[in-house]
Design a protein around this ligand. Structure first.
Ligand SMILES: Cc1ncc(COP(=O)(O)O)c(C=O)c1O
Length: 687
């Protein structure tokens, strides 16, 4: 059958199309909400123009229309009876009459809420007594549909299934709470006869095949309470039933009046077609298994952005405003970040790479100077010095934190002093969001006379000795990245922070062509109000208003993001307790922002490092290795680097894997990652 769902974004339509039924093809009729589907046809239907709508439906060449349009939220119907009338009565009856004119089968999805609710198992003949506007409009809709289309099939039901992201269903609500360890309070005195979307869709198919019309209840055989339904989901998903708690509907008098018993008798249907329906237990179990299949195939990256509707609105507001490049929002974003970190100045850039470059320029790095950084970092941490024509060298990492080793740094400084080749700048990198031992590095900077740029690309939201990373107490400049995999994002973006006004001024100049508009800095009195002077060879590294709007909005959730990452990290720590895997070590002075969760696969593990990596990747878990030691890169090899002196970095490179961590990662997904690491090859079905 070729089925058109009017109300294609509805819970029923979306759950229905997820069910494997190769016989049917689906067309999703779009109303207000945009539907994205690469599997099914999506059409924008002209619901407000009956003649165009009729032509559209005719041209679709379909066999059946299933009308899922409706305003189903009882509270919303009460508040907005006009919309309820339109969506529950007028539009369904219009579509029904078009179906009749075009001689198409028509199914209308009605409700089990039409009755007073004082007796169990209502049949199709039972007197209807709608208690609220939702029920009244649904009932009126049924009547009009049957009046305009004598062959229409009206299905009274109450179905369950997993909804689309934007519309979590009752089952989604319960299961999500269970996964998060949250309690669901469910009515023990409200009864219904819920049927799974899969069973419902099969039964509707049978009724259509038998050319049935009129009103049919399609419901399960058993009448259960909402509380009991919650317990069933807990039972078959393996979560604690303690998380399902009974409450009485009487305890919520503010709710719109609704029936306490909505259970339907399915005798007319089962009797007519001589059908035996599966129990609710079986249907729930089946639903949960099908969810496994769906989630199994979800690609899980190691990190990803989390952009909310509010973030999108902030960006849209800027796009509609007068300023797209240099306007007020960039400054608001800079102020917000500097205040959050407790640094005096901030300069927003179009990436952390450009921020690192101007940080070097502002500290006077140039030809003949030497800059040291960690080899276990992204190439940007050392490239920034090369952009300034300086020389680069690396300091080996600490075996516990994988950050620049303070001992190795000190030893290298002792040698460098003897050779009269001390670095001008050292760039410690806060790998994975965990701060380096900044006080010790700062002490060394005083002793050996170098400046410090913290590459804090991973670390916004983290703390060191109880204070936010980025406060520059132990450095000259700190740099953040707002690349989408980082803690907050501006798409591409970065920022320099400093407490030094002279450095701040230079940063500002370098990120904008080397231009100054301050009369006090100019070589002569300004020629007029238009006047500016280029004082250095600078760049265009500015952040724009659109990026800043996203960043500013994301700052509202920074603490939330980091808190969620910390919970995920703790969960991994706990889950890994029984595994032969080294979990990330945390230094006592740090509280990481957990940009990355890096595990190390030990030599005696069942699978070696590469095998684990390949296995996870082929299972759709996009793990990564942060990082290939920079000195191994061909470009750096040509500069004369080799592995010597980097024993810890080399060991790290042979063992490290970054596994997924980002807000929104579920505990189930974490368990899935871990189960794949432990199982030998061949155990798991790969896809
Ligand atoms: C440690 C480190 N430094 C610098 C950068 C460069 O950041 P961006 O992509 O914002 O230029 C990155 C990005 O991955 C990074 O991880």
């Amino acid at each position: 059958m070729r089925i058109l769902f009017t109300g294609g974004s509805s819970l029923l339509a979306q759950a229905w199309i997820k069910i494997n039924n190769s016989k049917d093809t689906f067309v999703l009729g779009q109303h207000k909400r945009e539907i994205v589907s690469n599997k099914h046809e999506v059409v924008q239907l002209a619901y407000s123009n009956p003649s165009i709508l009729k032509e559209q439906i005719k041209s679709l060449n379909i066999d059946v229309i299933i009308n899922c349009i409706g305003l189903t939220n009882v509270e919303s119907c009460e508040k907005n009876s006009k919309e309820a009338n339109f969506l529950n009565i007028q539009l369904p009856s219009l579509i029904s009459s078009i179906a009749s004119d075009l001689n198409l089968k028509f199914v209308h999805i009605s409700t089990d809420q039409l009755y007073e609710g004082d007796t169990p198992y209502y049949n199709e003949e039972a007197p209807v007594a709608p208690l609220n506007i939702y029920a009244k409009t649904k009932y009126e809709g049924e009547k009009q549909i049957l009046k305009s289309n004598s062959k229409a099939l009206v299905v009274r039901t109450n179905f369950f299934g997993f909804g689309p992201n934007y519309k979590p269903s009752f089952s989604d609500y319960i299961l999500n709470n269970l996964k998060k360890g949250k309690i669901s309070n469910l009515f023990e005195d409200v009864f219904f006869t819920p049927i799974s979307v899969k069973t419902l869709s099969q039964q509707i198919g049978l009724l259509l095949a038998n050319n049935k019309s009129g009103i049919y209840n399609i419901s399960s055989n058993e009448r259960i309470s909402k509380y009991h339904f919650g317990l069933t989901i807990a039972k078959f998903s393996g979560y604690s039933s303690q998380l399902i708690q009974p409450i009485s509907i009487e305890s919520l008098p503010e709710l719109v009046l609704r029936p306490k018993d909505m259970s339907l008798s399915n005798h007319k249907y089962t009797g007519t077609l001589n059908i035996k329906l599966p129990s609710i237990d079986i249907q729930v179990e089946e639903m949960l298994n099908s969810q496994e299949e769906i989630s199994e195939k979800r690609i899980i990256p190691y990190g990803r952005q989390n952009v909310s509707e509010k973030d999108i609105k902030s960006v849209l507001n800027v796009l509609k405003s007068d300023f797209l490049t240099q306007g007020p929002i960039v400054h608001q974003f800079e102020k917000r970040v500097s205040e959050y970190c407790g640094a005096k100045h901030a300069v927003a850039c179009n990436s952390a790479t450009s921020a690192l470059h101007i940080a070097c320029l502002s500290l006077g790095v140039g030809k003949g100077d030497l800059v040291w950084t960690s080899p276990i970092s992204f190439v940007a941490s050392s490239n920034c010095a090369l952009y300034c024509n300086a020389d680069v060298d690396f300091v080996d990492i600490d075996s516990a934190t994988y950050n620049m080793s303070v001992e190795a740094l000190e030893q290298k400084l002792v040698n460098a002093k003897q050779n009269n080749r001390l670095p001008k700048v050292v760039i410690p990198v806060h790998l994975a969001g965990q701060s380096c031992e900044m006080e010790e590095i700062h002490d060394l900077s005083k002793k050996y006379g170098f400046k410090i740029i913290e590459d804090a690309s991973h670390a916004i939201g983290g703390t060191y000795k109880g204070k936010p990373v980025g406060n520059c107490e132990y450095s000259d400049i700190a740099v953040f990245s707002f690349h989408p995999v980082k803690i907050i994002t501006t798409c591409e973006g970065g920022m320099c922070l400093t407490n030094d006004p002279v450095i701040a001024n230079l940063l500002n100049r370098y990120h904008s062509h080397g231009i100054s508009r301050q009369a006090s800095e100019m070589t002569k009195a300004p020629d007029g109000p238009w006047y500016y002077e280029q004082l250095n060879l600078g760049l265009n590294y500015r952040m724009n208003e659109v990026q800043a709007a996203l960043g500013l909005s994301q700052m509202d959730r920074l603490d939330e993001f980091v808190a969620e990452r910390r919970v995920l990290a703790q969960n991994y720590n706990k889950l890994f307790e029984e595994y032969n895997v080294q979990i990330p070590n945390q230094h006592k002075d740090t509280n990481s922002s957990w940009h990355l969760y890096i595990i190390r696969i030990k030599k005696n593990n069942k699978l070696n490092h590469k095998q684990v990596f390949e296995k996870l990747r082929s299972a759709g878990i996009l793990v990564n290795l942060h990082y290939i030691p920079i000195y191994r890169q061909p470009y750096y090899q040509k500069l004369g680097f080799n592995k010597q002196g980097f024993e810890e970095s080399e060991k790290y490179y042979e063992e490290a894997i970054s596994i997924p961590i980002f807000p929104g990662l579920t505990n189930d997904e974490q368990r899935k990652v871990i189960s794949l690491i432990d199982q030998p090859i061949g155990f798991q079905n790969l896809f």
